[in-house]
Write a protein that binds this ligand. Sequence first.
Ligand SMILES: Cc1cc2nc3c(=O)[nH]c(=O)nc-3n(C[C@H](O)[C@H](O)[C@H](O)COP(=O)(O)OP(=O)(O)OC[C@H]3O[C@@H](n4cnc5c(N)ncnc54)[C@H](O)[C@@H]3O)c2cc1C
Length: 350
Amino acid sequence: MPGVVVVGAGIVGSSVAYHLARQGTSVTLLDQNPSSAMGVTGDSFAWIGGCGGDWPGGAQDLRGFVLEDWRRLETELPDVAVRWTGSLTWTDDQGEHDAPLGPGRLRVGRSDIAVLEPNLRHPPEQAIHTPSDGGVDPSAVTNALVDAARGHGATVIQNSVVTSLSVTGGRVEGVQSSTGFHAASTVVLAAGTGISQLCEPLPRDLPVAASPACLVRLTAPAGLVKAIVASPDFEVREVRDGDLLLTLPWTGGTAAISPEQAMRDAHHRLKAAFHGSNSCHLLGYRIGRRPMPAQGPAIGYIAQDRSVYVADMHAAVTLAPTVGRLVADELVTGKPSRELRSCRPDGPSR
Ligand SMILES: Cc1cc2nc3c(=O)[nH]c(=O)nc-3n(C[C@H](O)[C@H](O)[C@H](O)COP(=O)(O)OP(=O)(O)OC[C@H]3O[C@@H](n4cnc5c(N)ncnc54)[C@H](O)[C@@H]3O)c2cc1C
Protein backbone atom coordinates (compact mmCIF):
# COMPACT_ATOMS: atom_id res chain seq x y z
CA MET A 1 0.00 0.00 0.00
CA PRO A 2 1.59 3.32 -1.02
CA GLY A 3 1.87 6.04 1.58
CA VAL A 4 0.99 9.73 1.56
CA VAL A 5 2.77 12.02 -0.91
CA VAL A 6 3.02 15.65 0.21
CA VAL A 7 3.77 18.18 -2.56
CA GLY A 8 5.51 21.30 -1.27
CA ALA A 9 8.19 21.70 1.41
CA GLY A 10 7.13 25.14 2.57
CA ILE A 11 6.07 25.52 6.16
CA VAL A 12 2.66 23.94 5.49
CA GLY A 13 3.81 20.80 3.67
CA SER A 14 6.73 20.33 6.05
CA SER A 15 4.44 20.55 9.06
CA VAL A 16 1.97 18.09 7.54
CA ALA A 17 4.83 15.69 6.69
CA TYR A 18 6.30 15.95 10.20
CA HIS A 19 2.99 15.39 11.95
CA LEU A 20 2.18 12.40 9.72
CA ALA A 21 5.62 10.82 10.07
CA ARG A 22 5.65 11.12 13.87
CA GLN A 23 2.45 9.03 13.90
CA GLY A 24 4.19 6.32 11.90
CA THR A 25 2.59 7.09 8.53
CA SER A 26 4.68 6.44 5.43
CA VAL A 27 5.28 9.88 3.85
CA THR A 28 7.16 11.19 0.81
CA LEU A 29 7.72 14.95 0.74
CA LEU A 30 8.49 16.43 -2.70
CA ASP A 31 9.64 19.92 -3.62
CA GLN A 32 10.82 21.46 -6.86
CA ASN A 33 13.57 23.46 -5.15
CA PRO A 34 16.98 22.21 -3.97
CA SER A 35 16.05 22.80 -0.34
CA SER A 36 12.97 23.48 1.77
CA ALA A 37 11.47 26.93 2.49
CA MET A 38 12.49 28.33 -0.88
CA GLY A 39 8.88 29.31 -1.72
CA VAL A 40 7.17 32.23 -0.01
CA THR A 41 7.94 30.78 3.44
CA GLY A 42 11.58 31.89 3.14
CA ASP A 43 10.42 35.47 2.44
CA SER A 44 7.99 35.70 5.35
CA PHE A 45 7.96 38.22 8.18
CA ALA A 46 6.84 35.24 10.30
CA TRP A 47 4.90 37.04 13.01
CA ILE A 48 2.96 34.56 15.12
CA GLY A 49 -0.12 36.11 16.65
CA GLY A 50 -3.06 34.37 18.25
CA CYS A 51 -4.97 37.50 19.25
CA GLY A 52 -5.06 40.35 16.73
CA GLY A 53 -5.20 40.52 12.94
CA ASP A 54 -7.59 39.13 10.36
CA TRP A 55 -8.81 35.54 10.64
CA PRO A 56 -10.81 35.00 7.45
CA GLY A 57 -13.22 32.08 7.06
CA GLY A 58 -12.32 28.97 9.02
CA ALA A 59 -9.09 30.53 10.35
CA GLN A 60 -11.25 31.92 13.14
CA ASP A 61 -11.78 28.37 14.48
CA LEU A 62 -8.02 27.72 14.54
CA ARG A 63 -6.78 30.86 16.27
CA GLY A 64 -7.41 29.52 19.79
CA PHE A 65 -4.87 26.70 19.19
CA VAL A 66 -2.07 28.69 17.60
CA LEU A 67 0.00 29.62 20.64
CA GLU A 68 -0.41 26.24 22.32
CA ASP A 69 0.69 24.39 19.16
CA TRP A 70 3.75 26.60 18.74
CA ARG A 71 4.73 25.95 22.38
CA ARG A 72 4.23 22.22 21.81
CA LEU A 73 6.44 22.32 18.72
CA GLU A 74 9.16 24.10 20.71
CA THR A 75 9.18 21.26 23.23
CA GLU A 76 9.13 18.56 20.53
CA LEU A 77 11.85 20.04 18.32
CA PRO A 78 14.85 21.69 19.97
CA ASP A 79 15.71 23.59 16.76
CA VAL A 80 12.38 25.43 16.83
CA ALA A 81 12.82 28.64 18.82
CA VAL A 82 10.08 31.24 18.95
CA ARG A 83 11.11 34.74 19.98
CA TRP A 84 8.23 35.50 22.34
CA THR A 85 8.79 39.25 22.26
CA GLY A 86 5.20 40.47 22.15
CA SER A 87 4.07 43.11 19.66
CA LEU A 88 3.30 46.82 19.63
CA THR A 89 0.87 48.10 16.99
CA TRP A 90 -0.36 51.57 16.22
CA THR A 91 -2.01 53.37 13.31
CA ASP A 92 -2.71 56.97 12.30
CA ASP A 93 -6.43 56.32 12.74
CA GLN A 94 -7.57 58.23 15.87
CA GLY A 95 -10.85 56.23 15.84
CA GLU A 96 -8.87 53.07 16.69
CA HIS A 97 -7.96 54.55 20.07
CA ASP A 98 -11.42 53.78 21.38
CA ALA A 99 -12.15 50.58 19.44
CA PRO A 100 -12.78 47.54 21.67
CA LEU A 101 -9.82 45.18 22.10
CA GLY A 102 -10.05 41.40 22.11
CA PRO A 103 -8.62 39.26 24.91
CA GLY A 104 -4.85 39.25 25.30
CA ARG A 105 -4.45 42.78 23.89
CA LEU A 106 -3.72 45.82 26.05
CA ARG A 107 -3.88 49.51 25.27
CA VAL A 108 -0.66 51.14 26.45
CA GLY A 109 0.35 54.82 26.66
CA ARG A 110 3.54 56.64 25.72
CA SER A 111 5.46 55.95 28.93
CA ASP A 112 4.79 52.19 28.77
CA ILE A 113 5.71 52.14 25.08
CA ALA A 114 9.01 53.85 25.90
CA VAL A 115 9.81 51.08 28.38
CA LEU A 116 8.81 48.29 26.01
CA GLU A 117 10.65 49.78 23.02
CA PRO A 118 13.32 52.03 24.57
CA ASN A 119 15.06 52.91 21.30
CA LEU A 120 11.99 54.48 19.68
CA ARG A 121 12.73 58.17 19.15
CA HIS A 122 9.10 59.28 19.17
CA PRO A 123 6.86 56.75 20.93
CA PRO A 124 3.24 57.26 19.84
CA GLU A 125 0.60 58.46 22.27
CA GLN A 126 -1.03 55.02 22.32
CA ALA A 127 -0.42 51.54 20.98
CA ILE A 128 -1.84 48.05 21.32
CA HIS A 129 0.47 45.70 23.19
CA THR A 130 -0.01 41.97 22.64
CA PRO A 131 2.42 40.30 25.04
CA SER A 132 1.72 36.77 23.80
CA ASP A 133 2.85 37.41 20.21
CA GLY A 134 6.09 35.99 18.86
CA GLY A 135 8.08 35.47 15.69
CA VAL A 136 10.27 32.79 14.17
CA ASP A 137 12.96 32.30 11.58
CA PRO A 138 10.62 30.63 9.07
CA SER A 139 13.37 28.88 7.11
CA ALA A 140 14.95 27.46 10.27
CA VAL A 141 11.59 26.15 11.49
CA THR A 142 10.78 24.59 8.11
CA ASN A 143 14.18 22.92 7.95
CA ALA A 144 13.67 21.61 11.51
CA LEU A 145 10.29 20.15 10.52
CA VAL A 146 11.78 18.48 7.43
CA ASP A 147 14.71 17.06 9.42
CA ALA A 148 12.34 15.76 12.08
CA ALA A 149 10.03 14.23 9.46
CA ARG A 150 13.08 12.50 7.96
CA GLY A 151 14.10 11.34 11.44
CA HIS A 152 10.67 9.70 11.78
CA GLY A 153 11.16 7.84 8.50
CA ALA A 154 9.80 10.26 5.88
CA THR A 155 11.42 10.28 2.43
CA VAL A 156 12.30 13.81 1.34
CA ILE A 157 13.02 14.42 -2.36
CA GLN A 158 14.22 17.87 -3.44
CA ASN A 159 14.57 19.08 -7.05
CA SER A 160 11.38 17.18 -7.84
CA VAL A 161 9.03 19.24 -10.00
CA VAL A 162 5.55 17.73 -9.82
CA THR A 163 4.12 18.12 -13.29
CA SER A 164 0.69 16.56 -12.78
CA LEU A 165 -1.54 14.34 -10.73
CA SER A 166 -1.56 10.84 -12.15
CA VAL A 167 -5.16 9.74 -12.78
CA THR A 168 -6.11 6.12 -13.55
CA GLY A 169 -9.76 5.16 -13.98
CA GLY A 170 -10.86 8.45 -12.46
CA ARG A 171 -8.77 7.99 -9.33
CA VAL A 172 -5.56 9.87 -8.49
CA GLU A 173 -2.92 7.21 -7.87
CA GLY A 174 0.07 9.45 -7.33
CA VAL A 175 2.02 12.23 -9.02
CA GLN A 176 4.17 12.53 -12.12
CA SER A 177 7.34 14.49 -11.51
CA SER A 178 10.80 15.22 -12.81
CA THR A 179 11.95 12.44 -10.45
CA GLY A 180 9.44 9.97 -11.90
CA PHE A 181 6.09 8.59 -10.76
CA HIS A 182 5.41 8.59 -7.01
CA ALA A 183 2.49 6.36 -6.00
CA ALA A 184 0.24 7.61 -3.20
CA SER A 185 -2.75 6.49 -1.16
CA THR A 186 -3.44 10.22 -0.78
CA VAL A 187 -1.70 13.19 -2.40
CA VAL A 188 -1.56 16.24 -0.12
CA LEU A 189 -1.13 19.41 -2.17
CA ALA A 190 0.69 21.98 -0.03
CA ALA A 191 2.17 23.77 -3.01
CA GLY A 192 1.16 27.34 -2.06
CA THR A 193 0.49 29.40 -5.18
CA GLY A 194 1.29 26.32 -7.31
CA ILE A 195 -1.84 24.47 -6.14
CA SER A 196 -4.34 25.74 -8.71
CA GLN A 197 -2.31 24.37 -11.61
CA LEU A 198 -1.90 20.96 -9.98
CA CYS A 199 -5.67 20.75 -9.42
CA GLU A 200 -6.37 21.15 -13.16
CA PRO A 201 -7.26 17.49 -13.92
CA LEU A 202 -9.79 17.43 -11.06
CA PRO A 203 -13.50 18.12 -11.63
CA ARG A 204 -13.28 21.25 -9.49
CA ASP A 205 -10.69 24.00 -9.39
CA LEU A 206 -9.16 25.81 -6.43
CA PRO A 207 -8.50 29.48 -7.22
CA VAL A 208 -5.62 30.82 -5.14
CA ALA A 209 -4.59 34.46 -5.54
CA ALA A 210 -0.89 35.34 -5.31
CA SER A 211 -0.69 38.51 -3.23
CA PRO A 212 2.68 40.31 -3.39
CA ALA A 213 4.39 41.63 -0.25
CA CYS A 214 7.87 43.04 0.21
CA LEU A 215 10.34 41.74 2.80
CA VAL A 216 13.47 43.79 3.51
CA ARG A 217 16.46 42.37 5.41
CA LEU A 218 18.82 44.58 7.41
CA THR A 219 21.66 44.18 9.87
CA ALA A 220 21.34 46.19 13.08
CA PRO A 221 22.85 46.36 16.56
CA ALA A 222 21.45 43.37 18.50
CA GLY A 223 18.46 44.38 20.60
CA LEU A 224 17.81 47.64 18.72
CA VAL A 225 14.21 46.50 18.15
CA LYS A 226 12.80 44.56 21.11
CA ALA A 227 9.23 43.63 20.16
CA ILE A 228 7.42 43.21 16.86
CA VAL A 229 6.75 46.83 15.95
CA ALA A 230 3.87 47.51 13.54
CA SER A 231 3.72 51.23 12.81
CA PRO A 232 1.91 53.03 9.99
CA ASP A 233 5.22 53.15 8.07
CA PHE A 234 6.42 49.54 8.35
CA GLU A 235 6.48 46.38 10.43
CA VAL A 236 9.85 45.42 11.87
CA ARG A 237 11.21 42.66 14.12
CA GLU A 238 14.51 41.07 15.04
CA VAL A 239 14.65 37.59 13.52
CA ARG A 240 18.10 36.71 14.91
CA ASP A 241 20.42 38.77 17.11
CA GLY A 242 21.50 41.64 14.85
CA ASP A 243 19.25 40.76 11.89
CA LEU A 244 16.02 42.64 11.23
CA LEU A 245 13.09 41.81 8.98
CA LEU A 246 10.93 44.65 7.76
CA THR A 247 7.75 44.44 5.69
CA LEU A 248 6.11 47.03 3.54
CA PRO A 249 2.73 47.12 1.92
CA TRP A 250 3.42 46.41 -1.73
CA THR A 251 1.04 46.88 -4.64
CA GLY A 252 3.13 45.04 -7.20
CA GLY A 253 3.24 46.35 -10.74
CA THR A 254 0.90 49.24 -9.99
CA ALA A 255 3.27 50.79 -7.41
CA ALA A 256 4.39 54.32 -8.19
CA ILE A 257 7.96 53.61 -7.05
CA SER A 258 10.34 50.74 -7.64
CA PRO A 259 10.91 48.15 -4.92
CA GLU A 260 14.52 49.37 -4.60
CA GLN A 261 13.28 52.88 -3.88
CA ALA A 262 10.64 51.57 -1.45
CA MET A 263 13.37 49.61 0.36
CA ARG A 264 15.63 52.68 0.63
CA ASP A 265 12.70 54.80 1.89
CA ALA A 266 11.93 52.16 4.53
CA HIS A 267 15.57 52.15 5.59
CA HIS A 268 15.44 55.94 6.08
CA ARG A 269 12.19 55.70 8.01
CA LEU A 270 13.64 52.99 10.23
CA LYS A 271 16.65 55.16 10.99
CA ALA A 272 14.36 58.09 11.73
CA ALA A 273 12.28 55.92 14.06
CA PHE A 274 15.01 54.31 16.22
CA HIS A 275 17.94 55.73 18.21
CA GLY A 276 21.15 53.82 17.59
CA SER A 277 20.17 52.80 14.07
CA ASN A 278 22.93 54.59 12.16
CA SER A 279 24.82 51.36 11.68
CA CYS A 280 21.77 49.57 10.19
CA HIS A 281 22.64 48.23 6.75
CA LEU A 282 20.39 47.01 4.01
CA LEU A 283 21.06 43.43 2.99
CA GLY A 284 18.38 43.21 0.30
CA TYR A 285 14.73 42.69 -0.38
CA ARG A 286 12.42 40.09 -1.87
CA ILE A 287 8.88 40.30 -3.18
CA GLY A 288 7.03 37.21 -1.95
CA ARG A 289 3.78 35.94 -3.48
CA ARG A 290 1.48 34.98 -0.63
CA PRO A 291 -1.05 32.22 -1.40
CA MET A 292 -4.53 33.59 -0.63
CA PRO A 293 -7.48 31.25 -1.19
CA ALA A 294 -10.59 33.40 -1.63
CA GLN A 295 -12.60 32.27 1.42
CA GLY A 296 -9.80 31.81 3.96
CA PRO A 297 -7.93 28.54 4.56
CA ALA A 298 -8.74 25.76 2.06
CA ILE A 299 -8.02 22.51 3.90
CA GLY A 300 -9.53 19.12 3.12
CA TYR A 301 -10.22 16.51 0.46
CA ILE A 302 -10.77 17.90 -3.01
CA ALA A 303 -11.57 14.57 -4.68
CA GLN A 304 -14.66 12.59 -3.67
CA ASP A 305 -12.69 9.35 -3.48
CA ARG A 306 -10.34 11.04 -0.95
CA SER A 307 -7.29 10.56 -3.13
CA VAL A 308 -6.35 14.27 -3.09
CA TYR A 309 -6.22 16.65 -0.11
CA VAL A 310 -5.32 20.35 -0.21
CA ALA A 311 -3.80 22.58 2.47
CA ASP A 312 -3.55 26.19 1.34
CA MET A 313 -3.92 29.36 3.39
CA HIS A 314 -2.62 32.82 4.21
CA ALA A 315 -0.78 33.49 7.48
CA ALA A 316 0.45 29.94 7.20
CA VAL A 317 3.46 30.56 9.42
CA THR A 318 1.10 31.34 12.29
CA LEU A 319 -1.16 28.40 11.44
CA ALA A 320 1.33 25.70 10.37
CA PRO A 321 1.76 23.77 13.65
CA THR A 322 -2.01 23.65 14.26
CA VAL A 323 -2.85 22.79 10.66
CA GLY A 324 -0.13 20.12 10.46
CA ARG A 325 -1.47 18.45 13.61
CA LEU A 326 -5.12 18.55 12.53
CA VAL A 327 -4.48 17.44 8.94
CA ALA A 328 -2.32 14.52 10.08
CA ASP A 329 -4.95 13.43 12.63
CA GLU A 330 -7.64 13.59 9.97
CA LEU A 331 -5.60 11.57 7.44
CA VAL A 332 -4.49 8.98 9.99
CA THR A 333 -7.82 8.40 11.77
CA GLY A 334 -10.14 9.01 8.81
CA LYS A 335 -12.32 11.07 11.17
CA PRO A 336 -13.20 14.58 9.97
CA SER A 337 -11.74 17.23 12.25
CA ARG A 338 -14.37 19.50 13.85
CA GLU A 339 -11.83 22.31 14.00
CA LEU A 340 -11.33 22.20 10.22
CA ARG A 341 -15.02 22.06 9.26
CA SER A 342 -15.14 25.74 8.23
CA CYS A 343 -11.95 25.44 6.18
CA ARG A 344 -13.24 23.01 3.56
CA PRO A 345 -12.40 23.80 -0.06
CA ASP A 346 -16.10 23.23 -0.92
CA GLY A 347 -17.29 25.55 1.83
CA PRO A 348 -18.12 24.79 5.48
CA SER A 349 -19.16 21.20 6.29
CA ARG A 350 -21.45 20.11 9.11
C1 LIG B 1 6.51 39.73 3.12
C2 LIG B 1 5.66 38.65 3.73
C3 LIG B 1 5.29 38.73 5.06
C4 LIG B 1 4.52 37.71 5.63
N1 LIG B 1 4.24 37.80 6.96
C5 LIG B 1 3.60 36.78 7.56
C6 LIG B 1 3.44 36.79 8.97
O1 LIG B 1 3.89 37.73 9.65
N2 LIG B 1 2.80 35.74 9.56
C7 LIG B 1 2.31 34.68 8.81
O2 LIG B 1 1.76 33.75 9.40
N3 LIG B 1 2.45 34.65 7.48
C8 LIG B 1 3.07 35.67 6.83
N4 LIG B 1 3.26 35.65 5.48
C9 LIG B 1 2.60 34.59 4.69
C10 LIG B 1 3.35 33.27 4.84
O3 LIG B 1 4.70 33.46 4.52
C11 LIG B 1 2.70 32.24 3.92
O4 LIG B 1 1.32 32.09 4.26
C12 LIG B 1 3.36 30.86 4.05
O5 LIG B 1 4.76 30.94 3.95
C13 LIG B 1 2.81 29.91 2.99
O6 LIG B 1 3.45 28.67 3.17
P1 LIG B 1 3.21 27.48 2.15
O7 LIG B 1 3.95 26.31 2.67
O8 LIG B 1 1.74 27.33 1.89
O9 LIG B 1 3.79 28.03 0.76
P2 LIG B 1 5.30 27.99 0.20
O10 LIG B 1 6.27 28.39 1.22
O11 LIG B 1 5.27 28.76 -1.07
O12 LIG B 1 5.53 26.46 -0.09
C14 LIG B 1 5.01 25.82 -1.23
C15 LIG B 1 6.09 24.90 -1.75
O13 LIG B 1 5.55 24.15 -2.83
C16 LIG B 1 6.57 23.97 -3.79
N5 LIG B 1 5.91 23.71 -5.07
C17 LIG B 1 5.00 24.47 -5.70
N6 LIG B 1 4.63 23.89 -6.85
C18 LIG B 1 5.33 22.73 -6.96
C19 LIG B 1 5.40 21.70 -7.93
N7 LIG B 1 4.65 21.71 -9.04
N8 LIG B 1 6.25 20.67 -7.69
C20 LIG B 1 7.00 20.61 -6.57
N9 LIG B 1 6.99 21.57 -5.62
C21 LIG B 1 6.15 22.61 -5.81
C22 LIG B 1 7.35 25.29 -3.78
O14 LIG B 1 8.66 25.10 -4.26
C23 LIG B 1 7.30 25.66 -2.30
O15 LIG B 1 8.46 25.23 -1.63
C24 LIG B 1 4.05 36.62 4.85
C25 LIG B 1 4.45 36.53 3.52
C26 LIG B 1 5.25 37.54 2.96
C27 LIG B 1 5.69 37.42 1.53
